[in-house]
Design a protein around this ligand. Structure first.
Ligand SMILES: Nc1nc2c(ncn2[C@@H]2O[C@H](COP(=O)(O)OP(=O)(O)O)[C@@H](O)[C@H]2O)c(=O)[nH]1
Ligand SMILES: [Mg+2]
Length: 323
């Protein structure tokens, strides 16, 4: 993006005290440090140099994987594969275990289609949903920043009209990253989505990102509202929303997975943004997601600055966790 789109850092919504330079891979590694220490550190503790692989060690490895938030199905599958490899003498000593696990996990996650599928010729619409406080507005700001960096024109729709502060927060992000915003006093989210679709088409925007509420009076109301927003934008823009991303707070661990299942029943999710990975050692839930919901994680959030969003890449992610 052009530096002219960036507001003074003092007014920025992100408040990270220790900015991390050096590109997204470094940020990713830094953000995943807690999870890395738990998974790689735990394994290192049992895989001491020269130790032979035997049933006893296999059990210790299994225990380490269980505490890494991967979910029981993933752990079982990994350990079965490890046991088979041990019994067929494919691997013999402790030093081969981590490379073996890395390979298994990378292949597994590599099946995900993590690309954003937006139409090339007209405005691409991304609906962003998730429970309150999961990181929706922040992730939208970072996504907008990313698109701006690709030279795209970005419009944001402030459809979380349930909380006044939410509209203000999105406005600050819009200003910060150089995006435009549609907001309204009318307090009807679908009406805001309608206006935003009009403006996106008339104003020749490349991407429209829709922020939504995470909590209403009831969950039913919330789901009905999200469905209405989808219908409204779909009538204006063919195929919209083209991406329906759910933002999950990684610090909530397995709970995030049940949230995704509930949202997916109401609005078909095309991808997940796993936010706040930097604040948790529970990053292992990515592996559980592959087994339990199998909706691709498309982005991970590793901080509160515009740059702190990494496109999910299985090799990079697994590399950052195990190296
Ligand atoms: N450390 C960290 N904080 C985050 C991340 N994403 C969001 N947050 C913080 O989480 C809080 C809630 O985020 P917000 O975007 O307002 O959530 P929303 O209610 O879903 O829109 C804010 O204080 C954000 O700065 C992240 O990737 N890392
Ligand atoms: Mg919000």
């Amino acid at each position: 993006m052009t530096s002219s789109g960036v507001e003074s850092k003092d007014e920025a919504p992100g408040q990270s005290s220790a900015p991390v330079g050096g590109g997204i891979f470094k940020r990713l590694r830094q953000g995943l440090r807690k999870t890395h220490d738990k998974i790689a550190g735990g394994l290192r503790a049992v895989l001491s140099v020269g130790r032979r692989l035997d049933e006893e060690l296999l059990e210790e490895i299994e225990e380490q994987l269980y505490v890494a938030d991967m979910g029981p199905a993933t752990v079982m599958r990994l350990c079965d594969a490890l046991r088979d490899a041990y019994r067929s003498s494919e691997i013999r000593d402790a030093a081969q275990v981590v490379p073996f696990l890395k390979e298994q996990i990378t292949v597994d996650l590599g099946h995900w289609d993590t690309a954003l599928h937006l139409p090339a010729s007209r405005v691409g619409v991304i609906l962003v949903a998730g429970v309150n406080g999961s990181g929706k507005t922040t992730s939208i700001g970072k996504l907008a920043h990313r698109f701006r960096g690709e030279g795209k024109r970005v419009l944001l729709a402030a459809c979380d009209t349930f909380r006044a502060a939410a509209v203000e927060q999105l406005s600050i992000w819009a200003k910060w990253v150089g995006a435009d915003i549609v907001k309204s006093e009318s307090a009807d989210p679908a009406a805001v989505a309608f206006d935003a679709s009009d403006k996106a088409l008339a104003g020749d925007y490349d991407v429209l990102i829709i922020d939504t509420a995470g909590r209403l009076h009831t969950r039913r109301n919330l789901m009905a509202e999200l469905q209405k927003i989808c219908r409204v934008v779909g009538k204006k823009i063919p195929g919209a929303p083209h991406e329906t991303l759910m933002v999950l707070d990684a610090t909530t661990g397995q709970n995030a997975i049940s949230q995704a299942l509930r949202f997916n029943e109401a609005i078909e999710l095309t991808g997940i943004v796993l936010a706040k990975l930097d604040g948790t050692a529970k990053g292992g839930i990515v592996f559980g997601m592959r087994d339990q919901i199998d909706i691709p994680v498309k982005f991970v959030g590793v901080g509160q600055d515009p740059e702190d969003l990494a496109a999910f890449d299985a090799d990079e992610f697994v590399g950052a966790l195990f190296e």
